[in-house]
Design a protein around this ligand. Structure first.
Ligand code: HEM
Length: 474
């Protein structure tokens, strides 16, 4: 006898599937917010043939991401991104993912990345030149350009300034392509190479491939001949590879969370290094650019907060010097500003998982093949955890308040084995960019500019963010 499935409450019980799908495609954030508001910690709905379970309870989310992660995959849709990212950290699953994560994780340890602080402030200070004759700019475009140049310099020691337009264009074609893959028909459309943006994206991938493979070759040669030393992430990736190949040094150089030695089977090929570099490119700049764009927008709308920020910066950093990583522990309010900005506008606004084996959440069994959604945007604005949730209030992040919140009521960087590997990098970058730019430039939203959400892979402002600029006297 087949057992009938007991579904959690949700709109599919009362609403026509077509209407719900239309609402979801039109405004996914509002739809998810409404659903969780109406139906609580766990709700159910159908999108096309997909059975979707929306979790909005920090403990359930923690269980899925941290304790029971083996029961889930990132799903088929993500596999489509492999066309661009190959088998990098974001797209790999299971043992392959664990192995890659073990090799790459140490490269991103907070102590290891502080050397990139200088890259961040140098690139941010260059905006002075770029903006000096401008009255207004689109801050989203500017932040994309900035974070791309930071990631290129940190990962590849590659200066995109001259070629930013080309590399940026190639990356943006690839990004749009990944966005298209989110379309339920994406995988079908992708099989027709004559469609212009499929062709364009292949060409863009080729451009990026050429650049990255050339740099890998160059760096290998440089490392072998010992002529020059490099301190970029590419070198570290290649060294991590070498370390895993050379037996005895393995245990000293790469720390496996389970304490297991990495065998020669963990050797990383050029193709894998390329895939990781491409992954870090894509994962490591758009997210931070969005976080910074929303932060500058929020500051422009909240002069009191902006004033407190400027007071802190003035008290810690003399006007004749640029901020450094050593300032970061003292920039407590700056950190709160960024934290609060990512609460209101989490750059990754939702995380999805595909259920591998039947899974119990609360009193429900979620059948294998279903999708679990956990939305940072929805959770971060839940009034059970955040008073006046729509208000921008960095002061809410006192250490007492932080320690009283459940761990997964705030999770802009995800959690568990698939948590953001670049989290420390992102905090360092975010704080230093805010500290460098806010001190020198006052921004105010161009009157009449529409600010709306565009929840694609990351949460962008739909029409960019047009800001008037005013040079401050520092
Ligand atoms: C504010 C900035 C950032 C945010 C909000 C962010 C957020 C996230 C989130 C939520 C995930 C997990 C997705 C999931 O579980 O499905 C993730 C994964 C990842 N992020 Fe970030 N990220 C940021 C910056 C960065 C930076 C700067 C880098 C690299 C330098 C980076 C590299 C990655 C990689 C490689 C993964 C995949 C990790 C894995 O699956 O093992 N991210 N990020």
């Amino acid at each position: 006898m087949t057992k009938t499935i007991e579904y959690p409450p949700g709109p599919s019980h009362t609403m026509r599937p077509f209407k719900l799908a239309r609402e979801f495609l039109h405004d996914p954030i509002k739809t998810l917010q409404n659903i969780s508001h109406h139906y609580g910690d766990i709700s159910y709905f159908k999108l096309g043939r997909q059975h979707v379970y929306l979790l909005n309870n920090p403990d359930y989310i923690e269980k899925v991401l941290v304790y029971d992660h083996r029961n889930f995959t990132k799903g088929k849709r993500l596999q489509l991104a492999k066309a661009l990212l190959g088998e990098g950290l974001v797209t790999s699953e299971g043992d392959i993912h664990n192995r890659q994560r073990r090799i790459i994780q140490p490269i991103f340890y907070p102590k290891q990345i502080t050397i990139y602080g200088r890259v961040i402030t140098d690139q941010s200070a260059r905006l002075d030149q770029r903006w000096k004759n401008k009255d207004s700019v689109d801050i989203l475009t500017e932040m994309m350009h900035l974070t791309l140049s930071i990631i290129c310099k940190s990962v590849l020691n590659y200066d995109v300034e001259s070629e930013a337009e080309d590399v940026g264009k190639a990356l943006s074609i690839c990004r749009n392509y990944s966005k298209r893959l989110q379309n339920p028909l994406g995988h079908v459309l992708n099989k027709i190479p004559i469609l212009p943006n499929v062709k364009g994206s292949r060409k863009a991938t080729e451009t990026l491939d050429k650049l990255v493979y050339n740099l890998i070759k160059e760096r290998r040669e440089g490392l072998e001949s010992n002529v020059k030393s490099y301190d970029d992430l590419l070198t570290r990736l290649l060294q991590a590879q070498d370390a895993t190949e050379s037996g005895p040094t393995v245990n000293n150089t790469t720390t496996s969370p389970r304490g297991t030695a990495l065998s020669s089977a963990t050797r990383v090929s050029d193709k894998q290094v390329r895939d990781e570099v491409m992954t870090i490119f894509i994962a490591g700049h758009e997210t931070t650019a969005n976080a910074l764009t929303w932060t500058f927008y929020l500051l422009s709308q909240n002069p009191d907060v902006e004033k407190r920020l400027l007071d802190e910066l003035a008290s810690i950093i003399d006007s004749n010097r640029t901020p450094t990583v050593d300032d970061i522990p003292k920039l407590k309010f700056t950190e709160k500003v960024l934290r609060e900005s990512m609460r209101l506008y989490p750059p990754v606004w939702t995380i999805g998982r595909s259920v591998d084996k039947n899974y119990t959440v609360g009193k429900y069994i979620v059948p294998s093949g279903s999708t679990i959604m956990m939305s940072q945007y929805v959770m971060h604005r839940d009034p059970r955890y955040f008073d006046e949730p729509d208000r921008f209030d960095p002061e809410r992040w006192s250490s007492e308040a932080r320690s009283s919140l459940p761990r997964f009521s705030y999770f802009p960087f995800g959690g568990g084995i698939r948590a953001c590997i670049g989290e420390s990098f992102a905090w360092m970058e975010g704080i230093l960019v805010i500290a460098t730019i806010a001190r020198r430039w006052k921004m105010s939203l161009v009157p009449g500019h529409r600010v709306e959400l565009d929840p694609a892979i990351t949460l962008r402002p739909k029409y960019g963010m047009k800001m008037n600029l005013e040079r401050r006297n520092v």
